[in-house]
Design a protein around this ligand. Structure first.
Ligand SMILES: Cc1cc2nc3c(=O)[nH]c(=O)nc-3n(C[C@H](O)[C@H](O)[C@H](O)COP(=O)(O)OP(=O)(O)OC[C@H]3O[C@@H](n4cnc5c(N)ncnc54)[C@H](O)[C@@H]3O)c2cc1C
Length: 445
């Protein structure tokens, strides 16, 4: 059954016999909260219940590895919406409660507080969880992940007391944190087993440029060197000076046998999608919850979106799972229309993926999806820290990566969204007016 806009005056009481509609959203992160917003904007007046296992008011994750770590600012979370949003939109928001199972036949979910809720449409916006390290010494105190506000608060508190930091993994979060720690004047070593940073998402030319940029900041970036083990301080004490069976981390040993002093360690080795509920409910799962291009799972009353969802990507020309604010937000807008059947165009999700990462003073922006073997063309001035890399596949522009070049990024988004291309020669030619060209493309000229 598909939910349709309700006209009931008892919209907020899902148990009310005249108002059987209740859209239940599991997860109150970027995707879940945007979905609430979009459902109301699309005219849905029935009940909405949002369930989030974290106890905090819904907040934005991106600042946690950036401004939140600054020494000179109070670490305050940025809310995803003002508190008023939830009352204005009649949202039944449950914090600190986990959905433990789904009864698809009965159309109910069970909660960790022992209650259950009926749904007409269920949406899984469960996000992702940090991938955990499993090397000797991983259980020592002072080794952190960074996904939640609770993680960020623990890391921030620790930063005030340390001198040397080791970061495991030169992905976006690891490098954002490394740059923030350097800004505090700390000794920072980053261990990365690949031969360049952010290798999964960036062209080699941009990845190599970032490697040098971080070294220029004073980061001891060790490429081709993974983590082998951690050494404890043997004190038998944890962060708080209290007795701890585990003891506290003192050093990291890399796969090449080097030892790096570590008063604390940040592990940033990627995430795994939160698919446990979907699996338990017998939904199809493969690197995320499998959805169609309307964001629907193989149960017609259950949708999934954001970090946890694996969808057929028009731009990647393959099934994919993305981890970004844009992805969560645009998929939420699309899902609202799919649930309410209010798509004015087709039901296929085709939004262009884009992403940003702020590493110290370097602002990286990516439009489209690059592959490591794409042909690349450089435009701008890498030595001056302002340039873009245009990625071509079979002669077609597929992605543009920009550093401190927001105008290129915006132009690239306009162009790629229209599926218009340009030649590698045009991309390289600084006299070619890329901005005007992309504006004309967007205007259909
Ligand atoms: C430190 C950090 C920095 C980032 N920086 C950037 C950036 O610069 N740019 C960018 O584009 N993206 C960035 N991201 C990624 C971006 O924040 C995510 O892609 C986005 O938050 C995904 O939204 P989501 O709603 O899918 O998942 P989430 O935001 O993870 O929300 C999912 C929520 O569901 C809850 N949940 C899961 N299972 C259950 C259950 N069974 N019951 C109840 N609740 C449940 C989880 O606890 C979580 O709160 C960053 C992420 C992190 C962690």
């Amino acid at each position: 059954m598909t939910a349709v806009p309700s006209t009931s005056s008892n919209a907020q009481n899902p148990e009310h016999p005249q108002n059987p509609q209740n859209i239940v959203i599991v997860g109150n992160g970027q995707a879940g909260i945007q979905l609430v917003d979009s459902l109301r904007k699309e005219g849905y007046t029935g009940a909405i219940t949002v369930i989030g296992e974290e106890t905090h008011f819904p907040y934005q994750r991106p600042p946690l590895s950036k401004d939140f770590m600054a020494a000179d600012k109070e670490p305050k979370p940025l809310p995803l919406r003002a508190e008023k949003f939830f009352t204005d939109n009649d949202v039944d928001s449950r914090l600190g409660v986990r959905v433990t199972s789904i009864d698809r036949a009965g159309h109910t979910v069970s909660l960790s507080d022992g209650s259950s809720i009926g749904y007409t449409t269920l949406v899984l916006a469960t996000g992702a969880a940090n991938r955990e390290l499993n090397v000797p010494g991983s259980g020592l105190e002072g080794i952190y992940g960074l996904r939640t506000l609770a993680d960020a608060e623990a890391v921030h508190a620790r930063l005030d007391t340390v001198r040397s930091v080791v970061v495991i993994g030169a992905g976006f979060i690891g490098l954002e944190f490394a740059a923030a720690a350097r800004k505090r004047g700390l000794d920072v070593t980053v261990l990365e087993y690949a031969d360049r940073p952010m290798a999964r998402a960036l062209s080699p030319v941009m990845g190599n440029w970032f490697a040098q940029a971080h070294r220029n900041l004073g980061v001891n970036l060790r490429l081709g060197e993974g983590i082998a083990s951690f050494i404890g301080d043997g004190s038998g004490q944890g962060n708080d000076g209290q007795a701890s069976e585990r003891g506290h981390v003192a050093a990291a040993v890399s796969t090449t046998g080097e030892t790096y002093p570590a008063d604390m360690v940040l592990v940033g080795i990627g995430v795994i999608p939160r698919t446990e509920l979907a699996e338990q409910a017998g939904l199809s799962v493969s690197n995320g919850i499998t959805v169609d291009s309307a964001m629907r799972t193989d149960d017609e009353d259950i949708y999934a979106l954001g970090d946890c969802a694996n969808y057929p990507s028009h731009h990647a020309e393959a099934r994919t799972r993305l981890e970004s604010v844009q992805n969560a937000t645009d998929q939420a807008r699309h899902t609202a229309k799919s649930i309410l059947d209010t798509h004015d165009g087709g039901r296929d999700y085709t939004e262009l993926p884009w992403f940003w990462s702020t590493q110290g003073d370097l602002r990286l922006q990516i439009a489209g999806i690059a592959h490591p073997d794409d042909e690349t063309v450089l435009r701008g001035n890498p030595d001056g820290g302002k340039f873009s890399v245009f990625c071509f596949r079979s002669g077609r522009l597929v992605a543009v990566e920009s550093v401190n070049q927001p105008a290129d990024h915006m132009a690239a988004r306009r162009l790629l969204a229209q599926e218009r291309t340009l030649t590698p020669e045009q991309a390289a030619d600084l006299d070619f007016d890329f901005k005007a060209y992309s504006k004309a493309a967007a205007a259909g000229v």
